[in-house]
Design a protein around this ligand. Sequence first.
Ligand SMILES: *[C@@H]1O[C@H](CO)[C@@H](O)[C@H](O)[C@H]1NC(C)=O
Ligand SMILES: *[C@@H]1O[C@H](CO)[C@@H](O)[C@H](O)[C@H]1NC(C)=O
Ligand SMILES: *[C@@H]1O[C@H](CO)[C@@H](O)[C@H](O)[C@H]1NC(C)=O
Length: 303
Amino acid sequence: MASAFRSSTALVLVFGVAVLCSVTPVQGWSKEGHILTCRIAQNLLEAGPAHAVKNLLPDYVKGDLSVLCVWPDQIRYWYKYRWTSPLHYIDTPDQACSYEYDRDCHDQHGLKDMCVDGAIQNFTSQLQHYSEGISDPRHNMTEALLFLSHFVGDIHQPMHVGFTSDEGGNTIKLRWYRHKSNLHHVWDREIILTALKEYYDKDLDLLQEDLEKNITNGLWKDDISSWTECKDLLACPHTYASESIELACKYGYEGVKSGVTLSEEYFDTRMPIVMKRIVQGGLRLAMVLNRIFSDNHADVAAT
Ligand SMILES: *[C@@H]1O[C@H](CO)[C@@H](O)[C@H](O)[C@H]1NC(C)=O
Ligand SMILES: *[C@@H]1O[C@H](CO)[C@@H](O)[C@H](O)[C@H]1NC(C)=O
Ligand SMILES: *[C@@H]1O[C@H](CO)[C@@H](O)[C@H](O)[C@H]1NC(C)=O
């Protein structure tokens, strides 16, 4: 189904979206993945940036960014937002297992910068201008924040930087344990749901706690500083995309063909990668937001 989403059957989608949503809308980290990334990030914001972020959120979310981190998936097939659809992923040449901005960051029609890397740069610089008090009134800064938060998550999902012909694994139909799925969806959602069921009593808060514990004094303690190192905010997403396609080749596609059944062995070996990518996304989103809204600009952002 996700492959249908990605082809240009836009009219069908506009009318069919209500029906399709009741099945499983498949894009980006699942709801759970995006919620985790955004919660981890928001908990790591410094005071000024935290204040600036809250000011951009509508009142009804009561300051909780994660509530709206899936918003870009919900609107991407609305007519007004159709331009955002290619911004969720990057198609790289089959079997190349590498990413190059000039070669790969474009939409299906070859329009440059229309990919998840270009989008992160776009919304980072929109928010930077806003923070400096020189924002373009045509741009909606609430939307820029939500897009940035969502796309930093997406660029970390390895299969979002996948091969072109299989649409990032969407056309590789397979079974996940007993039910039908596809390779893209396994990475978006199945692994997270299975982990929740097996280890966390289906409680997302417990998984979040475990991830945050492993950030501060566990598994990843020594990696944090290298993960969040970034000289140029507009160039760092290239690295995140390269990491993703390398992981997609090494762990995503590895040993997988259409029609296979994936279960315990795949789950056990891939779950750690999924968890690490969610955490990296969260840490890096916090880093980007902390830099965009660094304290000297916080007052401007609040007005
Ligand atoms: C950047 O955002 C503007 C709207 O805010 C949009 O028109 C443009 O297509 C976007 N470009 C990219 C690469 O995201
Ligand atoms: C900005 O976008 C949000 C979400 O789409 C919308 O609710 C809000 O009204 C917009 N703000 C302005 C000033 O257009
Ligand atoms: C946290 O780290 C422990 C090992 O130190 C590991 O068993 C556990 O799976 C990790 N939790 C997550 C959610 O990655």
